[in-house]
Ligand binder design. Structure first.
Ligand SMILES: *Cc1c(COP(=O)(O)O)cnc(C)c1O
Length: 369
């Protein structure tokens, strides 16, 4: 079996241990005589699977009892609508636009109320997290239903390392591409959401963690909010208002278990930082490649970089397969390269990438690193 060095931004690498476990249980789950794929979501066996996924996530992320955990469908993209539909009680929210996904979230919110841009790094091509002092000032004014940020900008390779102070205004964060990369102080957020396919599981599962008091009264735009999208409805139904992505939740639960038994989020963060430093150190010393994100905003999940020429970038990407390397092409919006270093990407894969980059640089500049 030849497994590649997979740097895909999502769907992305999953732990081999988890895939092997799923394979072993595929035809006959725990003596049930059937695959999880064939199991009723209303069965006791399946209830145990989703309960375990939720309980494990609660331990791994230290989620207080005052927060509900939902496993939904529709990706992070559907949450761009679900958040305003549920939380815009007075019709006004603030957005930090720090990349393409936060821009989409902001645009979607405008369909349901007033969505104001509080800070943006658009003028510098989203190469950094913008100055967030206007966010705290807007929060202090007290007339926003929530403030939305995208914590890790998958396409641009930036992370918001210092959360803005939002006082009593709930902070809502799209954490899709940094979810479970490092510990989060859940108490600082009103709501967190993540598409699982970046770092936590397969496509088709979206995790929402929401403070109970924010959904106590049901959706704000009750008339137009689809029942499926009501956090209150989904929380009351245990994420089973309708048939959930049963297999996806099962697999995601296995990833939570894998994180827990390999040292939890502190260990994940340490490994992820080592991997990212290995690559950033190489890029900083290189004369051919350069990282595109401003240093203080650098992501440890998605490392974006380029050469001075699109032709060289293309040659590098084309030659990667020969080295067993895949998924390093940058997002179509920005070009260049991107290596996603999610939890399941091994240190050896990063070493293989760095050594390929070094040999490419030597071949194209005559300089050896
Ligand atoms: C991938 C991604 C999305 C979109 O996710 P879907 O699950 O495809 O809807 C949104 N936000 C961020 C930060 C992402 O990385």
């Amino acid at each position: 079996m030849a497994r590649v060095h997979n740097f895909s931004a999502g769907p992305a690498a999953l732990p081999l241990e988890v895939l092997t476990e799923v394979q072993a249980e595929f035809l006959d789950y725990a003596g049930s005589g059937m695959s999880v794929l064939e199991m009723s979501h209303r069965s006791g066996a399946y209830q145990a699977i989703i309960d375990d996924a939720e309980a494990t996530l609660r331990r791994v992320l230290s989620i207080p009892d005052t927060y509900r955990i939902l496993f939904l469908q529709g990706g992070a993209t559907l949450q761009f609508a679900a958040v305003p539909l549920n939380l815009m009680r007075r019709g006004r929210a603030g957005y930090v636009v720090s990349g393409n996904f936060s821009k989409k979230a902001w645009q979607e919110a405008q369909r349901y109320g007033e969505a104001e841009v509080l800070a943006t790094s658009a003028p510098t091509g989203f190469d950094r997290i913008p100055d967030l002092s206007p966010v705290s000032a807007a929060a202090a004014a007290g007339d926003l239903d929530y403030i939305h940020i995208c914590q890790n900008n998958t396409i641009f390779g930036t992370t918001c390392w210092e959360l803005p102070e939002t006082g009593d205004t709930p902070l809502v964060a799209d954490v899709s591409s940094c979810f479970l990369s490092f510990p989060l102080e859940v108490e600082r957020y009103g709501l967190i959401y993540a598409g699982a396919q970046k770092n936590a599981g397969p496509a088709g599962v979206t995790v929402v963690i929401v403070r109970d008091d924010l959904i106590a009264e049901g959706p704000a735009c009750a008339d137009v909010c689809p029942s499926y999208l009501s956090y209150r409805t989904q929380a009351d139904a245990g994420s089973m208002y309708n048939t959930p992505n049963t297999f996806g939740i099962y697999l995601t639960g296995k990833v939570f278990r894998w994180i827990e038994r390999t040292g939890g989020l502190t260990a994940m963060e340490e490994r992820n930082r080592e991997k990212a430093h290995r690559l950033y150190d190489f890029l900083d010393a290189s004369e051919l490649f350069h990282g595109t994100a401003e240093r203080g905003s650098r992501s440890i999940s998605n490392v974006t970089f380029r050469t001075p020429s699109p032709e060289l970038d293309a040659a590098l990407i084309a030659g990667a397969a020969e080295h067993g390397i895949t998924g390093i092409k940058g997002h179509r919006l920005v070009g260049g390269m991107r290596a996603s270093l999610y939890n399941a990407v091994e240190r050896e894969s990063v070493d293989a990438l760095v050594s390929y980059l070094a040999s490419f640089e030597a071949a194209h500049t005559g300089r050896s690193l």
